[in-house]
Design a protein around this ligand. Structure first.
Ligand SMILES: C[S@@+](CC[C@H](N)C(=O)[O-])C[C@H]1O[C@@H](n2cnc3c(N)ncnc32)[C@H](O)[C@@H]1O
Length: 308
């Protein structure tokens, strides 16, 4: 199994500008690529890291051994940032980084059930200690929840066929394993699947993953708390991989930096008194050479604000 290549690493380091050291927080430790780079590049940096995946906690032990009390790891969902105890509660940070979505460790390990390319139980939970597996979600979700997952989160244009196929497969065992579920989607989409550049199950798998892990709610809840935990002059940077995620980040950053919201003509308090400076007018995206080296980076978008 290969590791996870940190995305937009140089760009993140530049935006977080940690040269003078201080306290930083990596809200999505994953394989620790961004955490390690910050700790190695800047000896005065102290870093707290979080991840909801118990396997990330295992990987974090190597950094704890290497960097001693400069590094601290929390097994937690970043949506509960405001309830964490210890260092995270006591400190404000010079920089916080969110690198959203799943890691290559999660995608490439068949038994995690994220990939339709490897047969395994349909799990897809980032936190394997809690919550409902994807199989249980598909067996029990209401129709409107399935539509939200497949049409909104997955952006699957043939969502009606997929949702209908899921409902009629309930109780037959066809919603239990990745490979059979991928076949079910391919059959539901029918001949149109032949002309697609991507595997016909790609979008539905993405949608189910986002639903099972409540990914959009977690980021919506976490951004204001993260902003509160910034020191004055500190930077909040977010890498997203999905247009709905990016929209949440963009709107929050625009609001904090006093940019008028699209379609609204009255001036809000925040527009008159911005509390942040937008550091990325347009999202930063990976260079062609990064995409060539790491195709999984292709949909990444990096945005950042500085607290005033
Ligand atoms: C794209 S990876 C991060 C990779 C990391 N920056 C690196 O360079 O190795 C995203 C990580 O965030 C974690 N994650 C996603 N949503 C989370 C949440 N709500 N709370 C905590 N961790 C989360 C996932 O478990 C995954 O390990």
């Amino acid at each position: 199994m290969e590791g996870h290549a940190p995305v937009l690493l140089e760009e993140c380091l530049r935006l977080l500008s940690a040269e003078q050291g201080g306290d930083f927080l990596d809200a999505t430790f994953g394989g620790g690529g961004h955490s390690r780079a910050l700790l190695e590049a800047h000896p005065q940096v102290r870093l707290c890291a979080l991840d909801r995946d118990p396997e990330a906690a295992e990987r974090a032990k190597a950094l704890a051994a290497e960097f001693g009390d400069r590094f601290e790891f929390y097994s937690a969902n970043f949506s509960s940032l405001d309830t964490l105890t210890g260092t995270v509660k006591d400190r404000n940070f010079r920089g916080l980084l969110f690198d959203l979505g799943v890691s290559s460790f999660q995608l490439d390990q068949a038994e995690r059930g994220f990939s339709f390319r490897m047969d395994a139980p349909l799990d897809m939970r980032m936190d394997t200690n809690s919550g409902m597996t994807a199989a249980d979600f598909l067996e029990t979700a209401r129709e409107d929840e399935l539509i939200l997952a497949i049409r909104e989160y997955g952006e699957e244009v043939r969502w009606k066929r997929v949702v209908r196929a899921i409902i009629s497969a309930r109780g037959t065992g066809r919603l239990q394993r990745t490979a059979v579920f991928a076949e079910l989607i391919r059959d539901a989409i029918g001949p149109a699947a032949k002309h697609s550049r991507i595997h016909p199950a790609t979008l539905s798998f993405q949608g189910v993953r986002i639903a099972v892990n409540n990914e959009l709610l977690a980021i919506t809840d976490a951004l204001p708390v993260a902003f509160n935990k910034l020191e004055k002059g500190g930077v909040l940077a977010v890498i997203s991989f999905h247009s709905l995620e990016d929209r949440i980040v963009k709107r929050f950053f625009n609001r904090m930096s006093g940019r008028p919201e699209h379609g609204r003509d009255s001036t809000s308090v925040m527009e008159r008194n911005p509390v942040a400076e937008l550091l990325t007018r347009k999202a930063i995206v990976p260079s062609p050479s990064e995409i060539a080296r790491n195709p999984r980076s292709r949909s990444a978008k990096l945005r950042a604000i500085r607290k005033l």
